[in-house]
Every structure is written in structure tokens, then in C-alpha cells.
Write a protein that binds this ligand. Structure first.
Ligand code: PEP
Length: 260
């Protein structure tokens, strides 16, 4: 039975008191759920406070970005060492908002992936096509190029530690979700790319998350698909009620599938 992996990307939302309030309610809501890997990625300012409050919980902490250098004159940036120090185990890399608004390239993302792994941070690497690219039927070549360039020079041992997130840009924050069939088609394609480069065993160990307007009422159908291992959730992770319900529905769906 697969273990759902549900990560919340809080983006540039939540002050520290708001973040603490949200995490307390999420913690209480998922208290009995042991069969789900939950990761919360708040803004940097809330990392320390959340780390303290999550000490007695299985919920893990992640950051939303990172600079590839360990230290230096990079005003406004944050290093992997600092994220480890703040209690992070995960870091989102290559999010489409970073690519779109901050001109991050696959080469830069690749540097970040390598440093994250070196400092024992698990990258949640985001890849996905824009609407124009999908309309031009280029989604597979776009995702392949992002996969190959962002993971350039990554070893077989290291890829097994990477979490991939397929996030079609046209589905992020738009309320438009990829259909479960569209998600499965791309997830199985990504799984095949891993298999071709790193072998069957490694491919089956890598979690591939879907991201793009995931909500309590669509997570179940997505999780039924064999290559969808979980979700990266943006908007719906900002409210405890919807995030908790996504976790509970994902678990219920996986259990129901296993009983069939
Ligand atoms: C995201 O930011 O990674 C995301 C998937 O956002 P949303 O769930 O709001 O579409």
C-alpha cells in the first residue's frame, strides 16, 4: 500500500502568530494519522517557531526555496546550512513561481538540487508545462528537458532521495486541476524517465506528487492513480480544515484501493 505524501506550500502567507495558529489546528486534525507523510513549508520567518511546535509530531518541516551556496554575499538569500539549522528536512526547488517571477533556470535549479542533497535536505523538485506549451502539445518534451537539466549529474543513490512534483503551471492557483488521467499520464511518463536513467528499483522508490489546485474533493480521484504518490498543495494548505481534509481523504482513498 502506498503511503500518501502531502506537502503544504504556504507561499508568502502567514505571519508567525498566524502560522502557529494554523499548525496547531493541522496538528490536532491529523493527530491519529500515521500512514501519511506530511510536510509543511511556511515562510522562512515561521520556520523556527514551527520547528519547536512540531517536535512531538510526525509532521516534517520544509522551506520554499534556497540558494545553492552555503554562505556568502548574497543579500536576501538563505543557505542550505541555515535551513538545516532552522529544522528543515525538505526544500521546494524549481517552483514555477520562482521560474516565472525570479527567472530561475534549470541550470540554477540543478545547482540547488545538488547542494540540497549534499547538506541532507530532500528536494521537492517542481516541473511542469505552461498552458501555451500544453496547447502546442509540447508538455512531454518540456517536462523531459526540465527533468534532465534539473537533475543533471545526480547519482542513482541521490535520485532516490528526491521527491518530484509535477505541477502544470496552468493548474497552479487557477482552480483548474489536471484531470486524474492527465496527471497519471504525465506521472507515468516521469516514472519512465527515472526508470530509463536509473533503473526499475529506483523508479519505484521515487515519490511523484501532483500539484495544481488540489482540494479535498479532488484528492481522492488523483490518489487512485497508480503513479500519483501524493500532492503539493498551495491555496488549500492555508486553511487547516481543507488541508486536514486533503490528508484524511488521501489516506482513506489509498486504504480503500488496497482493500479492493
Ligand atoms: C503550488 O503552489 O505549488 C500549488 C500547487 O498551488 P495551488 O494548490 O494553489 O494550485
Amino acid at each position: 500500500m502506498k503511503r500518501p505524501f502531502i506537502a503544504g506550500n504556504w507561499k508568502m502567507f502567514k505571519t508567525c502568530p498566524e502560522a502557529l495558529n494554523l499548525v496547531q489546528t493541522i496538528k490536532a486534525g491529523v493527530y491519529k494519522t500515521t500512514d501519511c507523510q506530511i510536510v509543511l513549508c511556511p515562510p522562512y520567518t515561521a520556520l523556527g517557531a514551527l520547528h519547536a511546535i512540531l517536535q512531538d509530531s510526525s509532521i516534517e518541516l520544509g522551506a520554499q526555496n534556497m540558494h545553492p551556496e552555503t554562505e556568502g554575499a548574497f543579500t536576501g538569500e538563505i543557505s542550505p546550512v541555515m535551513l538545516k539549522d532552522a529544522g528543515c528536512r525538505y526544500v521546494i526547488l524549481g517552483h514555477s513561481e520562482r521560474r516565472q517571477f525570479f527567472q530561475e533556470t534549470d541550470t540554477f535549479v540543478n545547482e540547488k538540487v545538488k547542494t540540497a542533497l549534499k547538506y541532507s535536505l530532500i528536494p521537492i523538485l517542481c516541473i511542469g508545462e505552461t498552458l501555451d506549451q500544453r496547447n502546442a502539445r509540447q508538455q512531454f518534451e518540456v517536462v523531459k528537458a526540465q527533468f534532465e537539466q534539473s537533475l543533471k549529474d545526480i547519482t542513482k543513490e541521490d535520485i532516490a532521495r528526491v521527491v518530484l512534483a509535477y505541477e502544470p503551471v496552468w493548474a497552479i492557483g487557477t482552480g483548474k486541476t489536471a484531470t486524474p488521467e492527465q496527471a497519471e499520464q504525465m506521472h507515468s511518463y516521469i516514472r519512465r524517465l527515472i526508470k530509463e536513467q536509473f533503473g526499475d528499483d529506483t523508479a519505484s522508490r521515487v515519490s511523484i506528487l501532483y500539484g495544481g489546485s488540489v482540494k479535498p474533493d479532488n484528492i481522492g480521484e488523483l490518489m487512485k492513480k497508480p503513479n500519483v504518490d501524493g500532492a503539493l498543495v498551495g491555496g488549500a494548505s492555508l486553511k487547516a480544515e481543507s488541508f486536514v481534509q486533503i490528508v484524511l481523504n488521501a489516506c482513506a482513498c489509498v486504504e480503500a484501493e488496497a482493500r479492493k
